[in-house]
Design a protein around this ligand. Structure first.
Ligand code: MG
Length: 358
């Protein structure tokens, strides 16, 4: 199976490379694309010898021409253009870029339907739901329950939250991820994004999607059915499992570590404290508003998180910035990529004005 991997030097990209490294009989790379890390790209090229490799701005459609699967692991808004391009080439998509569905869900799903392209989730929660549905996207369900680790600040008071630093936020308790998504996990923005992703992937209504805190990250999500039965997928938090499954399903490749329930002893669940982490509700509300509202939310969030990581703003200011930008930039129809990109541009501009002045 030939994979075109976009975002090859990021956290998910490196784990995709590891899956390919461990299964050389099954997988190879036809193309490797990264955003900035030319050095990292060179090392991957020396190891995997793809036909196409580049670093920087989006290239021509030829990136996807020779592949069986387009693996979109770029982070942020930048992933959307690649996802649309790969769909345009009629390639099956393994989707690890959340923003493609959060910001461009309408465009992506419409284009995929038109082209008959399959979009397979890589996010652990959505992979768990896919598995619980028996890999049937049209299966009937009552509700979807996304699990959330709760991030490093779950039980912090508001006073404590006001003082946390980027270094504190980057210590995720269970998952090993890139900086942006780790901060998004700490604010619970990430879980709001996953609600929107679930809506698009499984055609769920917003009132059919819930989130529950599960600090151990062993239960990766659940599907509730009409008769009260709930099916879950369990496993240690290791992204390589949903990565390889997205490529091979319904077949499964061997895994390294089998779940030891007795060693785990207990699993815990609690309500998601949405009142303390307003980013979650802001994301869900933007998802419900639809159109370009999620693009505005995301553009503001990317700018605010960048400022937070540089030590420029406090943790609560991330949510405040998103809220202020949503109030300033009006929602439009997400009729085209250009409309969404324009909303993203305006949101970033508004966010930068709020964050840095003029
Ligand atoms: Mg996730």
């Amino acid at each position: 199976m030939k994979i075109a991997l976009v975002g090859c030097t990021g956290n998910i990209g490196k784990q995709v490379a590891d899956v390919v490294r461990r299964n050389p009989q099954t997988f190879s790379f036809s193309a490797l694309v990264c955003g900035r890390d030319a050095e990292g790209l060179r090392a991957l090229c020396d190891e995997f010898h793809p036909h196409i490799a580049f670093c920087g701005e989006i290239g021509a459609g030829e990136v996807f021409e020779d592949c069986d699967v387009a693996f979109i692991a770029a982070s942020g808004f930048a992933g959307l253009a690649y996802t649309l391009q790969a769909i345009g080439c009629g390639k099956k998509i393994a989707l690890a870029n959340k923003e493609s569905l959060v910001v461009g869900g309408e465009l992506v799903m419409r284009a995929a339907k038109e082209k008959g392209v399959e979009i397979v989730p890589v996010d652990s929660e959505h992979s768990a739901i896919f598995q619980a549905l028996g890999f049937r996207r049209d299966a009937a369900f009552k509700k979807l329950v996304l699990t959330a680790s709760g991030g490093p600040f779950l039980h912090y008071t508001e006073e404590q939250l006001a003082r946390v630093t980027a270094k504190d936020a980057l210590k995720h308790p269970t998952w090993n991820m890139g900086a942006k998504v780790t901060v998004d996990s700490a604010t619970l923005l990430n879980k709001g994004y996953e609600v929107i992703e679930a809506k698009w992937l499984y055609g769920a209504k917003f009132d059919q999607i819930e989130a529950v805190v599960h600090p151990e990250s062993i239960v990766h999500s659940l599907v509730y059915f009409e008769d009260g039965a709930a099916l879950a997928q369990l496993g240690y938090p290791d992204m390589r499992v949903p990565i390889q499954l997205a490529l091979t399903y319904p077949e499964r490749l061997p895994c390294e570590r089998e779940l030891d329930l007795a060693a785990l002893g207990a699993l815990h669940f609690e309500r998601l404290p949405a009142e303390k982490f307003p980013c979650f509700t802001l994301a869900v509300e933007a998802g419900k508003a639809g159109g370009t509202a999620p693009a505005v939310l995301n553009g503001a969030a990317e700018e605010a998180v960048r400022a937070f990581l540089r030590g420029g703003i406090s943790f609560p200011r991330i949510a405040e910035t998103i809220k202020d930008v949503l109030a300033r930039v009006p929602r439009e129809e997400a009729a085209s990529f250009e409309a969404v990109a324009e909303a993203d541009r305006r949101a970033r501009e508004a966010a930068r004005t709020l964050l840095y002045g003029n």
